[in-house]
Design a protein around this ligand. Sequence first.
Ligand code: SF4
Ligand code: SF4
Length: 293
Amino acid sequence: MADVKIDIKESPFVESPVVPQQFDENHVISFNCYKGIECFNACCRNIDITLTPYDILRLKKRLGLSSGEFLKRYTYPFEFNKNSIAGVKMEPVEGGTECQFMTDEGCSVYTDRPTACRYYPVGLLSTRRADENVDRMSYAIVREDHCKGHLEPREISIRDYRKEQGLEDYDDHGRGWRQLVLKMKSAGPAIGTPSRASLQFFFMACYDLDRFREFIKSEGFNATFVIDEATRESLLQDDLALLKFGERMVRQIMFGEESIERRADALHALAQRREEQRRLREELEGDDIAPEA
Ligand code: SF4
Ligand code: SF4
């Protein structure tokens, strides 16, 4: 990895205190974590966890909540950069720093725990060079005093650790979003300040999937974009298909990467709708100030 210049601050998952040394999957760590270890739960007592869209999807399903309800109860938003796209972090318990899912028995959502929890104490450094269109994955090791797992004698490669923690699916489904975040961060001023509407769209398409599904059903969407019946059906039924489609739409709206067909008459129809809305507003304002007869 020595030939690749990477700024680890570019990683969506950079956490302090990451030892800024990068490893590939073959790197072997000495680590084990199990119920009964003296520091059990210590890592869940002071959380700073960025969620991926796939994490949110898994957790909201697990808890039987809509994406909107989940976001409201368990998360708070933050900006990756000033005036830039938002990320979502887990909200700790009220007035404390512990994870809301921590119990004396361990994690109450263990089989659906987020990507960052699965990786710990490995840090994923998803990075992208300015002259490349693909991201690269490398890893760092997070060493914190409270974590005694590093003292355990079990040796395991990062590749096997990722498998053990069920990270392959999580990384596959989180990849599109990671690339969007990196693209946004590395594009910086080149694409100008994104409009408020496009930032809101990013948030909805990435994190608030149930609201995004309503948008796909809306008149506005269907007056603008053409999708065939099979695609529509899968977007209405399948959360993963919706997640991927959301990433495509973000690319189209924020970066001009057109992949979803627009109706030829969409611009004309949009102009007409705006004109109608303007006329209606004028009429309503006229009503407000009309003198009494
Ligand atoms: S989701 Fe589970 S593993 Fe992650 S911090 Fe919360 S309790 Fe710990
Ligand atoms: S060994 Fe580390 S990861 Fe495992 S419970 Fe202890 S602090 Fe958490």
